[in-house]
Design a protein around this ligand. Structure first.
Ligand SMILES: O=C(O)c1ccccc1N[C@@H]1O[C@H](COP(=O)(O)O)[C@@H](O)[C@H]1O
Length: 204
């Protein structure tokens, strides 16, 4: 499973999370976010893959950030179209399209993105674009029959280990950890993240 830790910007926190077992690390480029990153941190992950999180950002701006931060993936949380995703893919950038899920009907939109993305990310449907700290009813995802692998997101916290282990789906490939693991916006609790990843990997 992929463990993605999102909303990073502090160099020392990045260094420690890079050693925590996290596979991917997210950088939020959405200006209104309390965990937005404005400039390249003095330390960038050496082990974790780098994911840029964007909301309706022009393709040209995304390309600039992708180069500056050495991004491996782009996570798109706005109303980016399948064509937008394909344009980024054609420029050699791998795309994770986020969908806000409340009911099974919200999964219908994924079909048009099947050929345009490497991964989907299923987040909670709220008025915010992301980072709400709220979970959704994961059993809604039983209705997802697409081919594209997905990460589960939205309010995942340390208390969810047992429920996450019980939730199974053929296309589930990872978990996104964000606001529920924070000491302050943009600062993750390294012990909580490390323990969560170890507990999730533990067979029991
Ligand atoms: O974290 C943010 O502030 C954010 C802002 C705008 C778009 C996405 C954002 N983060 C992503 O939101 C989900 C859910 O986060 P949470 O666990 O509910 O706090 C996660 O995928 C983040 O990558």
């Amino acid at each position: 499973m992929i463990f993605k830790v999102c909303g990073m910007r502090d160099p020392e926190n990045i260094r420690r999370i890079d050693l925590s077992g996290a596979d991917w690390m997210g950088f939020v480029f959405y200006p209104p976010s309390p965990r937005r990153v404005e400039s390249l941190p003095a330390f960038m992950p050496e082990y974790a893959r780098r994911v840029g999180v964007f909301v309706d950002e022009p393709v040209e701006n995304i390309q600039v950030r992708a180069k500056e931060f050495g991004l491996n993936y782009l996570q798109l949380h706005g109303s980016e179209s399948p064509d937008d995703c394909l344009r980024l893919q054609d420029r050699g950038l791998r795309v994770i399209k986020a969908f806000r899920i409340g009911t099974a009907g919200d999964l219908e939109a994924t079909a048009a993105y099947e050929a345009a993305c490497s991964y989907f990310l299923f987040d909670t449907k709220t008025p915010a674009y992301g980072g709400s700290g709220k979970t959704f009813d994961w059993t809604v995802l039983d209705a997802y029959r697409g081919q594209t692998p997905f990460l589960l997101s939205g309010g995942i916290g340390p208390e969810h280990v047992r429920a996450l282990k019980a939730f199974r789906h053929d296309r589930l490939v990872g978990y996104d950890l964000n606001s529920r693991f924070e000491q302050a916006p943009g600062i993750k609790d390294v012990e909580k993240i490390t323990r969560f990843i170890q507990d999730m990997k533990c067979k029991k």
